[in-house]
Structures are given as C-alpha cells and as structure tokens.
Ligand binder design. Structure first.
Ligand SMILES: Nc1ncnc2c1ncn2[C@@H]1O[C@H](COP(=O)(O)OP(=O)(O)OP(=O)(O)O)[C@@H](O)[C@H]1O
Length: 767
C-alpha cells in the first residue's frame, strides 16, 4: 500500500470529520434548546405539585392535570436524552470515524462501491452514507467475508455481491495511526495491536476486530437456544455484549435494553463490563447475579452462596455427590411438576392467618375453600380463587367489625389530632349525620387493624412453601442408586437449617419452582432475551427455574466447561442435549470457540497443557514471557518469593492479582503480606477493582483479566488431584501478559504431568 493511498484515506477522514463537527455544532444548538425546554416543563410541574388541595373535586382534577404534565416531563426528558446520545455518538465518531472499509461490486454494476464501517452510522446532509453502522446488514461482509463472491442477509432476504477490497484502520484523534489491507476476516496484525495493550479497568468493545466465529454468535437471530462453549479468553463475554448491541439495533422498534437480562458471575464482573454497551451508544441490559436473584425471591432467608457451596463441595462423600446430582437435575424438577399435578388437598401446607395471636383465617377453612374449586383446575388457579374468596370474606368481616364495641372504645380514645388525621381530605359537613361520620372513621380503624390480614393474603402467607418442599422431599421417588438413609438425613438437614433461616443453594431453585407452580406468579413475561454467562456454574435445575421465571425469552448460555470449579467437566454436546430436553426447544445451536485471545502465546500454551483436551485450544500468536514457577519448601520462603515477585511485577505492570484457591487462603495470605505489599483483599461485595496488588479467591476473579497474575500455592497439598484442573486452569487464564506460580512444597500433579515449558524452576535451599 503506497503513501498515496494513505494520503487519500487521511483526506477522506478529514472530510468526514469536518462534516461531523458541523453536525455537532447543529446538534449542540438543538440540545441546548431541548435542555431549556426540559427545565421549563420541570419547573412548571414543580410549581403545580405544590398546590394545596382544599376540595376533593379539585384534587381529582389536579391529579388528571398532573398526570398529563408528568407525561410531558417524561417526553421532554426523553427527547433531550436522545439528542444527548446523538451528540455523544458524533463526538466519538469525530475522534475515530471508522475502522473498516469494504469495496464491493454487484453483478450488474460496472463500478465498485467503497463503504466505510464504524461504531455508528453517519449520513451527511445530502443523504450520503459516509459511515455504516457495524451492525447494518451490509457490514457483515466486513466480518465474514474473504475476497471474492460473498453473501449477506438483509430483511429482504439473502443478497450476494463481490468483495474486492477489505481495509482496516486504526484511527485516533482523527488521525490514521495504522492501515492494513487484508484478505482475512480481520487480520492478525490489527488484533496483535489491540491485544498487546495494557488492561483497562473496564472491558472495551471489540467491534473493530470481531472474528468470524464471534460474528456468528453476534448476528444469530434464528435460534431460540444458543449455547456458546468457548475456551478461556476466547471472547465469549465480549461476543455476547456485542450481540446485545446488535439485537438492540436489529429490533430497535420492539426491543428495549431492559427487556434483556444477563446473569453474571459476581458484582465485580458487572462493573467490569458496564462500559461496553454505552461505548456503542446503547443502554445497558439488566444484570443480576444468581445470588441476588434468589435472595430477592426468598426474602428473610439466608441462601447459601455458590462460593460457600464450592468450599463445602470439596468435602462431599460419594453419597453427598449423588444427592447433589439428583437435586441439580432435570428429573428432580420434573418430579416437582408431577408432585404438583397429583398433590392431595390434605397434603397442602396451608397455615392459619393470625391477628394479634388469634386465628383470623383457620387453615382448615382455607383448605375447604381450596377443596371446593373444580378438581381439574391447576393448583395456581385454585390458589387465586381461594385468595379472592378469602379477600371477600375479609371485606365482609370488616363490615361486621365496624359495629363492634371495641371500635367505639378506640374512637372515644382518639386525640383530636388523631381524629383530624382520619378526617384528612374530608370537609366539615361532608357527612349527613354523626353515624355517617362515625362509620367513616370506624371503617378506617378496622381496615387498619386487618391490614395485616390483607397483606398476608396478598403475599400468599397462608401457604408455607418450605413445609411443602419438605413434604415433597419425603414423597419423591428417588433414583435407584441413591442412599435412602442419606436422603432422609438430607431432608432433616433442610428442616434444621430452616430453623436458622438458612437454605442450601441446591434446594433454592427446586423450592422456588415448587412455590411458583403451587401459588402462581414469579414470572416476568416482558423479558425477551436471557443471557447466562459462566453457565458451567449453574445446575440444570437452576437454569430450568430461571427459564420458568422469564418464560418468553430466547435463551443464550455462555460458558466454558473446562472452567468448572471443583467438579467434573461436561461435554458441550451432552449439555446441549440436556438443555434442549429441559427447555423443549426446537431451534437450538451450539457454537464452539477454540481460539484464545486474552493471554500471550506462552501463557495459553501452559494453561492448555494440563487439560485433557487441551490440544483443541488454539493460542493466539502474541509473544510474551514464559510463565515462571517458584518452588519453595516452607511457608516463609514461599511468602518471601511471593513478595519479591509481586514487587517486581508491580514495577512492570500496573496491577498484580494474587489468586488463591479459596477465600480462606486469600484471607490468610492477605494477613501475611499485608505489611510488605499493602494489598487489597477483594470481597463479594466489592464493585470495582483497585490498582496495585490485589488478593482474591478464584471465584471472584471469574470472567476478569489482569496484566499480571500470581497463582498462590500450586503445591500437591493444595491441588492434589484432577478435581482441581478446572480451578487451576481458570487461575492461569486470568493472566494477559505475565503469569507466575508459587508452590509451597512439591508441585501439584496437574502441573507436573502436563510437561509444561517452564523456563525456570528455582529451589531455594537457603533459610
Ligand atoms: N475479536 C476480538 N478482538 C479484540 N479483542 C478480543 C476479541 N475477542 C476477545 N478479545 C479480548 O480477549 C479478552 C478475553 O475476552 P472475554 O473476556 O470476552 O473472553 P471469555 O471467553 O469470556 O473469557 P473467560 O471465559 O476466560 O472469562 C478480552 O480482553 C477481550 O477484549
């Protein structure tokens, strides 16, 4: 490519940027206008809401008026936000208007067209498309096609054309820093450049270098279930975030960002990815961790965390594991469905509703009402009918209670201030006589007293889901191999924990499923897309419950079976089959990503060498330092090796993450090195990553990456067998540029057997 080419391209950049600045000026004027309008409408609304209501009718009128005004406020706020968004987009484009160019020639044309592709589209005042959005149908050629005949999808069907040139740019401050012509999807040179950079505090979008397989994930609009199995660092998380941006663009008129929900591994991760969509001009989707989702639905109960479960799982016996496998299975959830269908009225865990210690609704009365409902009706519908009937009875009781002597007594004891409060909104002379006025106050007093009953009915508190689950556990048909005594013990353990307001994680999803099927509700039908990242950390039972909670969604599950902590690896195809069965999906697809981008070539090669199927992983060819392993034979020496390494790494890289097997070790280590390194110990509740030395257990580092990682204590004692392969693999693959391992004692067989290319093994004999 000659200088001439570069000059021509730079000239085009200059022209486009000039037009962009012109547009920015125009839009800024529009924005200022919109901003003033918002201020004016808001002020007006503020003045009106402070009106004093004197007359009841006035109030009604004012409230209709207010509603109209509130609508107006929302409208102006929204249009201001839209203009602000446009302004931000143009400003970003003015810095770097595009990253790609494709020259295409349709069959019946004699000339080719040059199209430029950027993070958003830009059309000039004469309707010329100066930049195409990367999500436009035509842009897929940039990601998919090699030179020659190519096809692309449009709303009108498949189109074909000839791709005669593909060019990539790196532009910053409106200046072309780099430019390559390539025949590949997106050339390695460009990727090398991007990946060699230092880690940012938050994840960056990858739209300029999306790879072909990633593009398949991003643009899939056909399947109802998309499963992505990708090796560590293969861009799974990146791909799904760009996919969300794509879907929002593709279904602009029917899909809002808050109709998409992403289950993420922890809060740190949520923060880490929070900038990607805004950097593409889109709002963030909803995010939740499994823990938050379950805690919210089991209020007042302390649900075991996934991390506590990890720590316990290492001590599980064979029987414990079988019980766990059963509770995590599709079969277990099916048994719940069967149980609900065939449950006998006398087995339903109704409970009486009490007021001040006295029974208001007896559980047998409730059971009788329930039993009166048509037999073939679903339990959830019977529940609703029962509830409505109970509310009717409550209303009647209130009417009767109004005339009871205790109410007269209460009225007599009201201070004039309290009396006045009850009369708020009523004018003197509003009542025909004194009885009328008394009735008005009495009704409020009684309603207040029975408010609790109403709340109890509203919240289905006349049903005890926990006892129902116990009943289910007592009746469920167990798989043949399961130890019945152990199961009974497990059920007893459930009861004991409940006394302490605790529930184990493996019981949470089945329990919630049972409760929802029994009483109805718990479903959000507005949500359109469901994404689960790190799916290997979810049981099938949990996924079934999540799908039940968002029944209308298309499902996207993303993970890496090799990164399963403390458990056996599951083959992706076997998993897809299980999921297809569990969700009864017809259109599903499994995409496998085998190329790893995060780490340098030596780090990926090291990490893959201890996986049984490691050969399938393709390391991206980015040069770097070979991982170093330090073996020491007592804790003091190991710690001093760690401190020396961390100090060294800190001078070379901005952040050093010391990653441990579990929280206990992270805490102990933090104590030991506190004085020398002043590290930060990360906790579940942390939302952002500090600079400097960080100590964290691996489960908190899931999905994250660091310039330099030190794996703490890769000894045989700490990682004794194959059960820990996934854990060690996950730790090693968090490193982008440098990886150091410290072993306090002989090294783990996982590493020893892997025949890894370690350039240095130091055994320090000095005390
Ligand atoms: N096409 C790409 N262009 C540039 N960078 C990429 C690309 N794909 C992935 N990366 C980079 O590789 C790193 C890993 O990506 P990401 O976190 O999405 O992988 P992952 O598969 O979710 O990893 P893990 O399962 O290990 O958490 C990130 O820094 C990301 O920006």
């Amino acid at each position: 490519m000659g200088n001439n080419d570069l000059n021509n391209e730079q000239n085009r950049v200059d022209e486009v940027v000039e037009k962009l600045y012109h547009r920015i000026d125009k839009t800024q004027i529009e924005y200022d206008k919109a901003h003033n309008e918002t201020k004016r409408v808001q002020q007006n609304y503020g003045n009106n809401t402070s009106v004093n209501y004197v007359e009841v009718d006035d109030r009604i009128e004012t409230s209709a008026d207010l509603q109209q005004q509130r609508g107006l406020v929302n409208k102006v706020v929204q249009s201001e936000a839209i203009i602000k968004n446009q302004l931000d987009t143009y400003r970003k484009l003015a810095d770097s208007p595009y990253f790609g160019r494709i020259d295409i020639q349709d069959e019946d044309e004699t000339d080719s067209d040059s199209l430029y592709i950027g993070t958003a589209s830009f059309v000039d005042d004469d309707e010329n498309f100066l930049v195409y959005d990367w999500r436009a149908p035509i842009s897929s050629i940039y990601y998919n096609g090699t030179l020659g005949k190519v096809k692309y999808q449009t709303p009108a069907g498949t189109q074909s054309t000839e791709l005669i040139k593909k060019r990539q740019f790196q532009i910053s401050n409106a200046h072309i820093d780099n430019m390559f012509d390539t025949n590949e999807t997106v050339g390695d040179e460009m990727l090398q450049n991007v990946l060699g950079q230092q880690h940012d505090e938050v994840m960056q979008n990858i739209v300029s270098t999306i790879q072909k397989e990633q593009n398949d994930i991003i643009r899939d609009t056909y399947n109802d279930l998309l499963v992505v199995q990708g090796v560590a660092g293969s861009g799974k998380t990146s791909a799904i975030l760009q996919r969300i941006a794509f879907l929002l663009y593709h279904s602009r008129s029917s899909l809002e960002a808050d109709q998409i929900i992403l289950f993420s591994p922890n809060r740190l991760f949520s923060h880490y990815i929070s900038d990607v969509l805004p950097s593409l001009g889109e709002r963030n989707m909803r995010q939740v961790t499994l823990q938050e989702f379950i805690d919210h639905r089991l209020e007042g109960i302390n649900v075991q965390s996934l991390f506590d479960q990890y720590e316990l799982e290492t001590q599980y016996s064979v029987d414990d594991k079988e019980i766990q496998a059963f509770k995590q299975s599709h079969t277990y959830m099916q048994r719940i469905e069967e149980y609900i269908k065939t449950i006998l009225n006398e087995d339903i865990a109704f409970q009486s509703i009490l007021v001040d210690g006295n029974i208001f609704f007896d559980k047998d009365v409730i059971r009788n009402i329930y039993a009166e409902q048509p037999q073939l009706m679903k339990p959830a519908d019977k529940f609703l009918k029962t509830k409505n009937r109970l509310i009717e009875i409550l209303k009647k009781r209130i009417e009767i209670e109004v005339y009871k002597p205790w109410v007269d007594e209460e009225i007599d004891q009201l201070s004039s201030e309290q009396y006045h409060d009850y009369m708020t909104g009523k004018q003197l002379g509003s009542f025909q006589d004194q009885d009328d006025e008394r009735y008005y106050i009495a009704k409020q007093i009684v309603t207040k007293k029975f408010r609790k009953v109403y709340d109890a009915l509203y919240n289905n508190s006349f049903f005890d889901a926990y006892r129902q689950y116990e009943n289910f556990m007592q009746q469920v048909v167990l798989p043949e191999q399961l130890n019945v005594d152990k199961w009974n013990q497990d059920e007893k353990d459930f009861e004991d924990k409940l006394e302490l307001h605790q529930v184990r994680l493996d019981d949470a999803a089945p329990l919630l499923y049972l409760r929802d099927l029994m009483v109805g509700g718990g479903q959000n039908r507005k949500m359109q897309y469901l994404f689960v990242d790190e799916m290997q950390d979810y049981s099938i039972a949990q996924l079934i419950y999540i799908k039940h909670a968002f029944p209308e969604t298309k499902i996207n599950l993303i993970g890496d079976s090799e990164q399963a902590l403390f458990k056996e690896v599951e083959a992706p195809q076997a998993l897809l089959n299980k999921l297809n069965e569990a969700f009864s999906t017809k259109k599903s697809r499994l995409v496998t990503l085998n190329r790893s981008y995060r780490s340098t070539y030596p780090i990926t090669n090291f990490a893959k060498s201890f996986l049984p199927n490691g050969d399938e992983i393709e390391a991206f060819n980015r040069p770097g330092k070979t991982p170093e392993l330090f073996v020491r034979h007592n804790i003091e020496q190991s710690l001093s090796a760690l401190v020396a390494c961390a100090k060294q790494e800190l001078t070379e890289e901005g952040t050093v993450a010391i990653v441990t097997k579990n929280l206990k070790q992270a805490k102990e280590l933090h104590q030991h090195i506190y004085k020398q390194l002043n590290p930060t110990l990360l906790a579940d509740t942390d939302r952002s990553l500090p600079k400097g030395v960080i100590v964290m257990p691996i489960y908190l580092a899931k999905g994250l990456e660091f310039d330099s990682v030190i794996a703490w204590d890769v000894s045989k004692d700490n990682f004794p067998n194959d059960q820990y392969i996934g854990t060690l693999y996950t730790i090693a693959t968090r490193a982008m540029h440098h990886l150091t391992l410290i072993s306090n004692g002989p090294i783990s067989p996982i590493i020893a057997n892997a025949n890894i290319p370690i350039n240095e093994v130091k055994i320090d004999h000095q005390q």
